[in-house]
Design a protein around this ligand. Sequence first.
Ligand code: 5AD
Ligand code: SF4
Length: 362
Amino acid sequence: MSKSIQDILIQESLSREDVICLLKANEEETRLIFEKAAQVKTKFVGNKVYFRGLIEFSNICSKNCYYCGIRSGNSNMTHYELPADEVLEAAKYAYEDGYGSLVIQAGEISNKSFVDKITHLLKEIKTMSKGKLGITLSLGEQSEETLKTWFEAGAHRYLIRIEASDRDLYSKLHPNNKVHNYDFRIESLKLLRKIGYQVGTGVMIGLPFQTIENLAEDLLFMKGLDIDMCGMGPYIEHEDTPLYQYKDQLMSKQERFDLSLKMVAILRIIMKDINIAATTAMQTLDDAGREKAIKVGANVIMPNLTPLKYRDSYLLYEDKPNLDEEAAECKKSLEERIKSIGGTIGYDEWGDSEHFQQRIKK
Ligand code: 5AD
Ligand code: SF4
């Protein structure tokens, strides 16, 4: 007789088959998974939600990922890079409003001028905030030297999503060339850890060609890498990308959303003390998507602080929300929404991953 969901949820560690079983759970069983994930979250990381003010520094990218709206091959977009004073203004806003941390994200560029600009900005932000603003970078694969320079300049967390941990699937989502090398991406994640960063990764959920088995392996991949943070969410098609041709083979958006929630909950169950983001992609498919993710395990939200005039140029996928919402308004409604689900906000705190704190003690 096969195991019940209850049997699986009381186990200390979960096998690949157990995770597959959870991912295939029906509605009633899923409620049990969500309950368990909420309990684990309360016990291991508490009910605080941390804000990271997101600054989308530039939409210029040297890569050509088949799913992404800002890929280099998309000529149907306007390129931008924020001037330093606008980055600092957004950082100041975050600092004065008690956000505690920033995420600086951009397409992947590695030339000297870009690297120097980021180094300079990191130093400026640290000075402006008297060292109080935490800084996460999400700037793709970079050389060891660059990653060290940025770490020394004040960045202490770094996100590189593996996007799909299955090598074959990865190769269907990216051009097969040196710039989009699966092994190099994994090496980059290990390098970040060696340098001393808190390391984050993540995947997209509901991609063309992706199976439930792939997703179970994604979760176990993150566990195997012993990551400190995760940001994952549904894949959302974008018209100006090669993967758009498979749009009729996808799960419905509702199914992709539901599966993403399940992924968040299961990750919380198997990696009890990491930081998990309630991502914008989840909010794109459901207005209350981020709150729903917080209820079942997420503890980080990244409100967008990119100046409004640039936002419609950072379109990774269709229907990306918040294009017309001012940061202040956005924050107020978020605060209310979080309170309504029993969360509190960790104002003025870095909100480092508990998992990281524990692993550096070892
Ligand atoms: N749907 C969902 N997420 C996407 N990303 C890029 N394109 C899409 C898409 N079409 C995500 C990737 C990337 C991050 C910046 O945005 O996971 O790492
Ligand atoms: Fe560039 Fe990242 Fe988009 Fe790939 S997913 S094209 S690396 S911004």
